[in-house]
Every structure is written in C-alpha cells, then in structure tokens.
Design a protein around this ligand. Sequence first.
Ligand SMILES: Cc1cc2nc3c(=O)[nH]c(=O)nc-3n(C[C@H](O)[C@H](O)[C@H](O)COP(=O)(O)OP(=O)(O)OC[C@H]3O[C@@H](n4cnc5c(N)ncnc54)[C@H](O)[C@@H]3O)c2cc1C
Length: 458
Amino acid sequence: MEVSPVRPVVVVVGAGAAGTLVALHVCDAAVRAGQPLDLVLVDPAPEAGRGTAYGSRDPRHLLNTPVGAMSCRPDDPGHFRRWLCRHDEQVGDGDFVSRYRFGSYLGDTLGRAVIGARETVRVRRLRAEAVRCDWPDPAGRAALLLADGRLVHADRVVLATGPAEGGGWIPQELREAPGFLARPWQTGALDAVAAARDDVLLVGAGLTAVDLAMTLARPGRTVHAVSRTGLLPARHADVPLPPVPCPPGLTAERSPGRLRAAVARHLAGQRRESGDWRPAMDGLRPVVSRVWQGLGAAEKAELMAHGMTRWNTLRHRMPPATARTVQRLEATGGLRRHTGRISSVSPLETGSFATVLADGARLTTGWVVDCTGPGSETDAAPGSLWRSLLDSGLAVPGPLGLGVATEEGRLLDEQGTASRALHTLGAPRRGELWETTAIPEIRVQAAALADALVVSYR
Ligand SMILES: Cc1cc2nc3c(=O)[nH]c(=O)nc-3n(C[C@H](O)[C@H](O)[C@H](O)COP(=O)(O)OP(=O)(O)OC[C@H]3O[C@@H](n4cnc5c(N)ncnc54)[C@H](O)[C@@H]3O)c2cc1C
C-alpha cells in the first residue's frame, strides 16, 4: 500500500468496540493536535463497532451496563443518551438498551469522527484478518501481513483484537459434532438451534448463557444451564443508587484473605445502610486495577483460585428486564440450572448429546452451546496474529497467563522492554489491569492511547 513518508501510519487491528473507540479518538486527537496521519482499520467484519458483543439483532439482548456508563467519550457521559434520544429512543441514564443499538452508535460516532477529521486524517478500512506482525522492519516500522497476502507498513499498531477465543476444554470429537456451538455470537450461529425444538445444554451460566436462554427458550423445550456454582449473574437494581467510594484502607490491602473480608464487609455495610450492596460494588470498580497491581504473583494466583467466581456474579450483572424474563423461564421449567462440573459430553449416533455431571446426573440434549467465555492469547492457534507475536518474542504471556504482558498498554517483549510501536487495549491487558474488558474501562484506555499516539509524532 502506498504510504507518504511525512504522514505517520497508525494501524488498528480489530474494528470491534475497542478498535472503533481507538479509531474515533485518534481522529479527534489528530484534529486537536493538527497532526496529519493515515489511519488504517483492519478487520474482516463487515461493520465497525459490532465485534462479538454488539452484533446480535435479538432485541432482548440488552447492554448489561446502563446508558449513562456507555458513552464513547469519557469526558461526556451524556453522549450516548443524546444519540439515542436523537434516534427516537427516549431513555434515561439508568435505562438498558439493546446491544445492537450500541453497535450502531459506535459505528455512527466513528463515521462522524472520520468526517470531522477528513482534512487531517486519511482513513482506510481493510476487510481482512491480520495474521502476522513483525517489528522493526529494515525501515524501523511494523510490517503487518494480512490473510489475503497484502502487507501493510505502520509506525504504530494497535492490537484491538478483543477477548481471545475460549473453549480450551472442548474435546475434538465434540467440537466437530454438528449440534455443538463453540462460538454462539458468530453471525447466524444460533439459527438452526433457534428453529429446532429439542432441548439445549448451555455450558456456563453467566451473561452469555442468560441471553441465549431467552433466545432459545420455546414451548416444549428445556434449556439446561450447567456451571460449577450454579449461580446466575446478580441483577441490576430497578432504581440504581450512585456508587459509594471505596473505604480508604481497602486499596492498601495486600493479603487475599483480608481483601476478600474487606470487600465483604464493605458490601454488607452498604446493604445495611441503604438496603442495596450494589453501590459499594460499583464504587470498587475504579480502584480494582490499582488493587490488582499492588498484589504479588502469589496473591493474584490465590485470588484467582478463590473468590473470583463470586466476584464475577456480583460485578457482571443482568438488566432488570432480563432478570424478570429469566425468573419466568425458571418458574415455568423452560430454564433449568445444574450445579457441578461436567464429567463428559458425548455426541450420540442420533445426533443428540449425552452429558454426565460430576454428581452422576445425566442429560440428553439436541444441542450443546459453549458459554464459558474467553480463553487466553497464549493459546492462539498456529498461523494467527498473536501466535506470530508470541513466537517472535514481541509479546509474552501476561501475569498468571492472563492476556499478554503490557505496560500502560504497550506490549512487553521477551526482554521486558515496552514496545514503541505495538500497543493493545481491552482484554489483552487483563494481566496488567484485571478490570479491562468492558466499555467504561476500554473507552478511557482508547482516549489515552489516541492522545499518546498522536503526541508521539510531534
Ligand atoms: C455477549 C457480550 C455482551 C457484552 N455486553 C457488554 C455490555 O453491555 N457493556 C460492556 O461494557 N461490555 C460488554 N461486554 C464486554 C465486551 O467484551 C466489551 O464491551 C467490548 O465489546 C470488547 O470489544 P473488543 O473490540 O475489545 O472485542 P471484540 O468485540 O471481540 O472485537 C474484536 C474485533 O477484532 C477483530 N479481530 C480479532 N483478531 C483480528 C485479526 N487478527 N485481524 C483483524 N481483526 C481481528 C474481530 O473480528 C472483532 O471484530 C460484552 C461482551 C459480550 C461477549
């Protein structure tokens, strides 16, 4: 691709929420700084802004974060609400709208940012998967190879590739069975199971499982959801109270046991005071990364082993409307929860699946859907972008194998040096930040990264 030597080139790999947020903030930052640049957005997906989370057209698939926390612009919390109101949806900051709407908002906001920056930023969109990244090439730049054979040279690369593919637990025989869905959010993945009537097993009982239960439930069908704790995500309050600041001592706590106890006390205290523990939980969210970074490797490992499941069910909550639907489904037998590990899932000759739980319970279902969530970049498949970065030592696994090692979003190489050219945000920063996978965190990272990228050329 032709590149002008005087215009730095920023390539953003991934046009999901994170890549879209970076791209729109780069446009804004370049205009503010009067810095001309070329911006290349690489993703095989047809639309920017959808990614895994915001492509579902089922209107029951709501954001699990209220409107007031989903603005693209961290310094303008009302931006998303105003966009919705301009598009005929009269909503307040505490409402939950469909995820599809949010994807449309991201795409539209990017489009406007691109138009606003057209004198300064030249934008290219390449619909392809990036499969390899080398740095530095003989000219000191990054070279990105796309699956279609094109080579893109860049001064800076932002790896906005989202959560790594999960499903490491899935045996090959199961993966290849026609009724097994490993990637339920892929476009069209649910069509066949939604059209059928036989029972479904959801492996996992988090937010994905809850959404799929709503989509797949129908008269005469039981949707089973199995997880180790059997717990569903907590629900948001009908009338949310504002977050309560974290108690001062808690952020300095370094012992996992005392940390767990301090969090439990804080939540219980708030429930006694206001009748609701959620404001205490929401007040912890901005300090989670600071607490995480203050812990040693052993303490992080201890927390991961004990306490994160409970944390996740309280932290990742379902909207009230979703909770009501799920309650109704459970009451009518449309959804049945099972607690415990799965001992085996075997495809049968009939096309169904026989599942045995650790307590001996047996289920026969027509479909099995993996809802266990993301895996790790370190398991990236041969021939993939992250595999190339890990194999060449430009990236190394993050603490406890969570994401990749980063320092303020720059990739750390095998010498522990922070890359000048390779950046990431969102899920790949889990090891550095722990709390990094949702929009309220990603938008702050995107805005800061865009400023840093633009300033680095001046
Ligand atoms: C079902 C679901 C619901 C959610 N709901 C919410 C919510 O309500 N609120 C909230 O704050 N968060 C929510 N989240 C969290 C969500 O992960 C983030 O909000 C956000 O969508 C993450 O965006 P991302 O761009 O990092 O990742 P993704 O959405 O996964 O996007 C990554 C993009 O990168 C592309 N890509 C990957 N590798 C390559 C490559 N090698 N070359 C080119 N392109 C590549 C992919 O095609 C994809 O388009 C939800 C997550 C899920 C799964």
